[in-house]
Design a protein around this ligand. Structure first.
Ligand SMILES: C[N+](C)(C)CCCC[C@H](N)C(=O)O
Ligand SMILES: O=C(O)CCC(=O)C(=O)O
Ligand SMILES: [Fe+2]
Length: 394
């Protein structure tokens, strides 16, 4: 590579570095928003001086008055891109589970969550982060207490079903959830641009009848089996777009959606990691853009998917009781119920994924900062990325 190319590459690092200055003039210390005008940085900016300091890389930039930036080593390590160093993710490993989770399901008590110093709330959200769901026991069996419990996580996400729902099988809304029918394993609001993050249920009462058991399935566990045993089906479930509007349109629930659809299995575009399961076969709308030679393999793929979801190895059936709340990550864990008769009253709510994740992040910082793997100062003095910048600047 000629020195001109090298110079060009190093310049691109320089503008990136200048744009990411975290000094109080360039970056609002409280709101964490950029104050600097990116577009006033000369594209070929080169530092006047670069010096490694104990707590970071100090770079002096040409300006009417030279501008000094300090980039902490941990910040450089965390945000390096050339090469991308080990990403310092929180040690939030996922524990995939099948029916055996019934032996020791993740649980916290109402007392832990509602009182004390948020440690109990952190335990609750950590359960959800790790297992995709958690029970909360000894909850007063009232909608009011359940709503207050939900709000410990974040504000409730209102939808066309209302804010905090308290429902029975009375068709109050145009949806089979408001009937006595069985519902197969599904995630909710698959027809939204951004399906709800958490879903919380509390069975308040069930009289003069039976049935209405609840089903939980770890969609990440089921997907791992499909990936292992049926890679072609897995790839189809990851690529084929399911149009995102509610079944039975145009009904009250019809929500014309700008996108042409979303896959059943959503992956992180950068890491390729499975990030979201989006599946409700009852709500699945018209598959209006399958290529004709894809129809058969699409149905083979969802048949395999359904087999994994409904296998006795995947299904965790439980009978909710008044006093026990279940909350799940609606991007990972599917839920369902068996048919029932009699009078059954269920309440609950949705919380947005961003509200849940930001609450978890704040609590992780407070109670388990060490799980946010930070670079220590005894890391190599400059990161590979830093070295590029350093060399180019010298
Ligand atoms: C009762 N509750 C509001 C929780 C759900 C209403 C039904 C939601 C719809 N079938 C879906 O799966 O998104
Ligand atoms: O009635 C239940 O147990 C759950 C029904 C359901 O899937 C829902 O309300 O989203
Ligand atoms: Fe549902």
């Amino acid at each position: 590579m000629t020195s001109v190319d090298e110079k060009k590459i190093h310049h691109s690092h320089n503008i990136w570095l200048r744009d990411h200055c975290r000094c109080p003039k360039c970056f609002h210390a409280i709101t964490k928003q950029r104050l600097l005008n990116t577009f006033e940085i000369p594209p070929d900016i080169v530092p006047l001086h670069v010096e490694p300091k104990i707590d970071g890389l100090e770079v002096t930039w040409p300006d009417t008055v030279p501008h000094v930036s300090l980039y902490p080593w941990s910040w450089l390590q965390q945000n390096s891109y050339d090469p991308k160093l080990k990403s310092l993710e929180t040690a939030n490993e996922k524990v995939l589970w099948g029916s055996k989770i019934e032996k020791s399901p993740p649980t916290v008590t109402y007392e832990e969550v509602m009182h004390g110093d948020d440690r109990g709330l952190f335990k609750w959200l950590s359960n959800i982060d790790k297992f995709g769901f958690s029970f909360v026991t000894s909850v007063p069996s009232t909608p009011e207490a359940t709503e207050k419990l939900t709000e410990r996580i974040g504000f409730i996400r209102e939808t066309q079903y209302g804010r905090f729902w308290d429902f029975t099988a009375n068709m109050a809304k145009g949806d089979t959830a408001y009937t006595t029918l069985a519902l197969g394993a599904h995630t909710d609001t698959t027809y939204f641009t951004d399906p709800c993050g958490l879903q919380l249920f509390h069975l308040l009462s069930h009289t003069d009848g039976s049935g209405g058991a609840s089903l939980l399935v770890d969609g990440f566990y089921a997907a791992s089996i499909v990936k292992e045993l049926h890679p072609t089906a897995y790839s189809l479930l990851s690529k084929t777009l399911v149009p995102a509007h509610a079944a039975g349109e145009p009904s009250a629930l019809f929500r014309p959606n700008p996108s042409s659809g979303y896959p059943v299995l959503g992956h992180d575009p950068l890491t390729g990691e499975l990030k979201q399961v989006r599946w409700n076969n009852d709500d699945r709308s018209v598959m209006s853009h399958l290529e004709s030679d894809r129809v058969e393999e699409w149905y083979n793929a969802i048949r395999i998917w359904n087999q994994c979801l409904t296998s006795s190895d995947s299904e965790f059936w439980l009978q909710l009781q008044p006093g026990t709340v279940v909350v799940m990550d609606n991007h990972r864990v599917l839920h369902g119920r068996s048919a029932f008769d009699g009078k059954r009253r269920m309440c609950g709510a949705y919380v947005g994924m961003d509200e849940y994740r930001s609450k978890l992040a704040v609590l992780t910082e407070k109670f388990a900062p060490d799980t946010i793997l930070r670079a220590t100062n005894d890391l190599p003095l400059v990161t590979a990325n830093g070295r590029n910048i350093w060399n180019s600047a010298l």
